[in-house]
Ligand binder design. Structure first.
Ligand SMILES: [Zn+2]
Length: 153
């Protein structure tokens, strides 16, 4: 009887936690613990998507907002632009996101310049072409990626 009670209580707690994570406003998380933000984005967007965005955050960070939105749309076409912005902002705000266990062969790469400003004149870089899906080759075969071309404004 005690075991059944514990089971019911655990189930109740987990249902309540899930509900709390679902109603958490991910646009207002500046003062929320990163652990909570991580749990909430996983509940909202699923673990696989959060990991795939986390892997390419360094590339997404340097892109102008319009190009970044295009790339996020390619990565997760079913997510609205607003949710895509929220997802990126939450994942980008997490410190030291653990390196996921993806191997080179299933890692999706976003190829972007290493900086968001021109190295000659310090102007912001802007879109040159729309981001395109590409195949790229490495030691263990080939993978899919997205190539972003920027130019000096
Ligand atoms: Zn320049």
């Amino acid at each position: 009887m005690k075991l059944v009670d514990e089971e019911i209580s655990t189930e109740g707690i987990s249902t309540k936690l899930l509900e709390d994570f679902r109603v958490l406003n991910l646009k207002r998380v500046e003062h929320v613990s990163p652990d909570i933000v991580l749990c909430a984005v996983i509940v909202k967007f699923r673990l696989a998507l959060v990991c795939s965005i986390a892997r390419v955050v360094p590339s997404l960070r340097v892109l102008p907002i319009d190009v970044r939105r295009q790339v996020v749309k390619i990565l997760c076409p079913h997510v609205s632009e607003e949710d895509g912005d929220t997802l990126f902002q939450c994942v980008a705000s997490l410190p030291d996101f653990p390196n996921t266990t993806a191997t080179e062969s299933d890692a999706f790469h976003v190829f972007s310049p290493p900086c968001d400003r021109c190295v000659r004149c310090q102007s912001h870089l802007v879109r040159y072409n729309n981001p395109v899906e590409v195949d790229y080759y490495h030691l263990t075969g080939s993978s899919k990626g997205i190539k972003c071309s920027l130019k000096c404004s």
